[in-house]
Design a protein around this ligand. Sequence first.
Ligand code: ADP
Ligand code: MG
Length: 233
Amino acid sequence: MLQIKDLHKSYAIGDSSLHVLKGVNLAVNTGEMVAIMGSSGSGKSTLLNIIGMLDEADSGSYVLDGLAIENLTEKKAAVYRNKFLGFIFQSFNLINYKNAIENVALPLYYQGVKRKERLELAKFHLKKVGLEKWSEHLPKELSGGQKQRVAIARALAANPKLLLADEPTGALDTKTSHEIMDFIQHLNDEGKTILMVTHEEDIASMCKRIIRLRDGVIIEDKEVKQVRASQYV
Ligand code: ADP
Ligand code: MG
């Protein structure tokens, strides 16, 4: 699914530069469910953003689904992003003035899917996350857990090969976090590849593999026995 070799990334800060990723090596196969852990500032989001083609590395190689990701134009990057990747964020990133179904349908609009088909697909995915009755509601009328489920439906709408999540439970209480993790585990059971950033051990233990970043390098990468979230919900 993806191969990363000797990835480096620095940020310019005034006259100096901050070396955030210092030679990251990583391969992820189809069907994996991986947690990326590390303390705040260790480079987790930077790595996920590069994997998600939202940012570019300074050096090293990144191959996604057999395609070398480098020197892509913004337009090409957007095409691959829409085709291969779905994103879930801590703060949901829904569009406030669009209702649930319109939020879910939005990525399909960028893919050029016609309006009728967009809304049908969006409805299908909202149903999948148990929110078909909430399709006309605006984000402000939804709970945190419901908002994240809309965001998951949106991430899935275009049937991405890889789902990327940056602290998907970071803004949710424990019970809601476990409900969201239960849902994400079911997606993985169905074969979706998932890469998730978290700094919570209990959330990471619900993945199948845990990678630890410290000071820009991977210090640990191990398979774990997956804790099922369903036992808590
Ligand atoms: P994490 O997600 O593990 O908390 P990040 O990848 O967000 O860490 O950030 C790693 C380091 O890079 C932090 O010190 C952060 O302040 C810095 N950083 C992140 N993004 C930028 C940016 N766009 N410009 C400058 N510094 C940044
Ligand atoms: Mg982060």
